[in-house]
Every structure is written in C-alpha cells, then in structure tokens.
Design a binder for this molecule. Structure first.
Ligand code: S3P
Length: 443
C-alpha cells in the first residue's frame, strides 16, 4: 500500500478513543493474564499487527481468550495449566512478543520454539540468551545467535537459579524477559540497568501480588524480584491508557503544521515514556498537560498541543532511554526546527524494526533534509522539507514519521510499503484525515 500525503492542511480536533491502547502495556497485560489464576478483563487493548502474535501465543499455550472490539478477556488457570506449544510460536515482527514470551516460557519451565519474520530473525537475542542460561534455562538460538530460539522443558518442581545480573544496555524487553523467568526462580533475582527503561512490568506484576523493589544507586537502576511461592498471580482488571508512542505522531504533526491545535486525551504519561514531551517543550513546543490522574496503575493525562516555532536541541544519555521509540518522529520536528539538533548515545536505534539511524537518514535526505549520520546518533540542521517518493523499510514508525513530514513538505510525499503503519497504529491515516489532513491510500 502507498500513502500519498498532500501538505498544508492544519490539524484540529479532539482525540481519545481513536488512539490505540498502549502497545507495551497491552503485550504485558495479555501475557501476564495468561499466567494468572483467574479471569482478567482488559479494556482498550491495542488490537494491531504486533499484538496479534501475542494473542496467538496465548492460544498455543492452551489459554482461552476473547476479544470484543478492544476488550480482551483472558481465562488464566495458573502457570501449571500451561501447555507446551506443539508448533513454533510465530512472533511476527514483534521483538517484544518474542523476548517477553521467552521469559514467560522459561519461568514456567515449558518447551517452545520462538520464531518470527525474517526481520525479527535479524534482531539481537544474545542479550536474553546469555542471562537466561545463567539462570539454568536450556536455550538454543540459531547459528547467528538470533531467532528461532529453542527453549527446553525443565523437570517438574525444578526451579531456576536466582540471578544477579548487570544488563549492559537499558532495555525493558530484556528486563521484562528476565523478570518473568525469575518468577520460576528459587529466590530473589536482582537486575540492574544503566538507564531506567519503561517500568510497566514492575507496576503490573506488583499489582498481581509479586514482591518487587526498585531502587537507584550511583548511575544504575536496580529491580529486585521475589518470586511468589507457590507461583500464583492474581488476575487483572484494567482499562489501558492510550499509547504515547502512537500519539507522538499527532503531537509533532500539530506542532509543525501551521494553524493546528489538537487535544489528545487519556495518554499514558509514565515518566519512563515522556522523554519526547520534555524534549519538544524544550524545543519551544506549546504542549500543556491537563487532568493528570492514575489509571491501570500508570500516570495518565490529557494534552493540548498547538502549532509552535521550534528550535534545535541536544539529546543524549538517559533521555535517550525515555524516548527510545520516538527518534524517527523527533527527527521530523528537528528537520523543520530553527538550528541544529544532535542525538548521541543512541546506538540502540540501529537494532530496532529497521536501522533507525541509517534508514531515517536515507529517507529524510530524499525529502531534502540536512541530516548527518553518526555511529550512535545523528545531526540535523533544520530547514525546509521537499516532496519525494520514500520507503518505509517495513518500519511502522519510519512510515508514520515520513507521513508527518509530508504535512509540511512543499509538494506531496509518497510513502511506499506504508501498510506497516497498522503494526502499532491501525487507522493512522484515517485519523489524520478526520483531523483535517489530506492523505490518500493507493493499493
Ligand atoms: C518495549 C521496549 C523497547 C521499545 C519497544 C517496546 C517494551 O525496546 O523499543 O518498542 O514493550 O518493553 P527495548 O526495551 O529493547 O529498548
């Protein structure tokens, strides 16, 4: 599918229910509910390309679930009732699905093969394989150290070794994988990371009865998990907030498109996810946070965003972790800002759905953006955006960022292979059009 973006139409309106539920929290809610003892109810679940494989995985573990619109019901009968999946579990393009499932399967002592698309098979897995092995999990990656991963079953009543592990990179996927495995451990596991990655797993498992202590010492962030004995988790009853990483495209769209004013309601404002908001405010973005509250154990609020003149900024260090998924769209804001924006300490971007430094630089250059690539980031000198034909490289966030760039380009922007927007934001183009944009789909 091609997406053609015709520029120069202001965005105005109020959005709430049209935004997808948070992707990270949706993955966790579905999987943790499958481990629980009892029926979980999850409202505003993100039904998208990346969460489908997680739901499919529940079925292969023998767990029944129903989806009524965005309302997910999962019938958990406890970890002991889970079955060894008889076929390889297809995680699609979702590294979160694969890494979280690897942890859950290991914690439960099951046998499984975890696999996915060719793109997922290129994502690094040694970051979970190595610590899982230290816990005593028998896990075999493919020859290049990546998926497919074979996890072997454990003897009944045999527990995993508790782990003390310093993660080399801050990663919520790795942390969550190891926390889930630690639920099948014989004692307290302690993990540390060099920056605080999103903490949805900590919040949700604590609400299900797991003893979890988070702390900070010097420059590292620690989390301790004491597995419940016996391994039981209480079910969930949650209404999920909207995904700030999806809302990010609308936030930047409103900031850069003259005449725009958008209200975005019910966003997850967990401080481990709000790096982009802080950076955009620092760049001069007119963003007001209102009605701050708590929902589903997460800080939530509404935003009012108005078109603003932006200036360049510098992003490095721990801020990178707080906005790890937002660099493609930040780059679009930087492309039209006054002055230079530099991003450093962001080498992890090369290991996402695409190499988000090289691919971003290649596609933005086609739009006339002055972007220089570095090993661990990029430098953008703000200016004008021209029209061009660009490629998504099957990366949903790159596709949506290029579409937002098209809103302020001098001529239309055509994005090839744009169907991947449905991976995390089904209805993205339709919603922009409802708000005043002019996007056309072509098959
Ligand atoms: C996610 C964590 C992040 C993020 C991904 C979702 C999660 O990955 O990029 O989109 O739900 O835990 P890392 O934790 O590997 O950086």
């Amino acid at each position: 599918m091609k997406l053609i973006v015709n520029p120069n139409t202001p965005l105005r309106g109020s959005v709430g229910a049209q935004l997808p539920g948070d992707k990270s929290i949706s993955h966790r809610a579905a999987l943790f509910a499958a481990l629980a003892n009892g029926t979980s109810h999850i409202e505003n679940f993100q039904v998208s390309g990346v969460t489908r494989p997680m739901l499919q995985a529940l079925t292969s573990l023998g767990v029944t679930w129903t989806l009524d619109g965005k309302n997910l019901t999962v019938k958990g009968h406890g970890v002991k009732s889970l079955k060894n999946p008889s076929f390889p579990m297809d995680c699609g393009n979702s590294a979160t699905t694969l890494r979280l499932l690897a942890g859950a399967v290991s914690g439960a002592g099951l046998r499984a093969i975890l696999d996915g698309t060719p793109a997922l098979r290129r994502r690094p897995m040694e970051r979970i394989v190595e610590p899982l092995r230290l816990m005593g999990v028998e896990i075999e990656p493919s020859a290049n150290g990546a998926a497919p991963l074979l996890i072997k079953a454990r003897e009944k009543n045999q527990k995993l070794r508790p782990l003390q592990y310093d993660m080399p990179v801050a990663s919520a996927q790795v942390k969550s994988c190891l926390m889930l495995a630690a639920l099948g451990g014989a004692g307290r596991t302690v993990l540390s990371e060099p920056g605080l990655s999103r903490d949805h797993t900590e919040r949700m498992l604590a609400s299900m009865g797991v003893e979890i202590v988070s702390s900070r010492s010097d420059s590292r962030y620690f989390v301790e998990i004491l597995p419940p004995d016996p391994f039981t988790l209480s079910p969930l009853d949650l209404s999920l907030p909207a995904d700030p990483s999806a809302a990010a495209f609308l936030i930047v769209a409103a900031l850069i498109t003259p005449g725009s004013e958008l209200e975005l309601n019910g966003l997850c404002l967990n401080p481990t996810r709000t790096g982009l908001l802080d950076v955009l405010k620092e760049m001069g973005g007119n963003i007001v946070v209102r009605n701050q509250r708590t929902a589903a154990g997460e800080p939530v609020g509404d935003l009012l965003v108005k078109h603003s003149a932006l200036k360049g900024t510098h992003i490095a260090g721990e801020m990178v972790v707080r906005m790890i998924d937002e660099f493609p769209i930040l780059a679009v804001a930087a492309a039209v800002a006054d002055g230079t924006t530099t991003v450093r300490d962001a080498r992890e971007l090369r290991l996402k759905e695409s190499d988000r430094i090289s691919m971003l630089a290649a596609e933005l250059r086609l739009l006339g953006v002055n972007i220089e690539e570095q090993a661990d980031g990029f430098t953008i000198r703000g200016g004008d955006v021209s029209g061009a034909v660009v490629q998504s490289h099957s990366d949903h966030r790159l596709a949506m960022s290029l579409a937002v760039a098209g809103l302020v380009a001098h001529q239309p922007v055509t994005i090839h292979n744009a169907q991947c927007t449905a991976e995390s934001f089904p209805g993205f183009a339709e919603l922009l059009n409802e708000l005043g944009a002019n996007l056309q789909r072509e098959d």
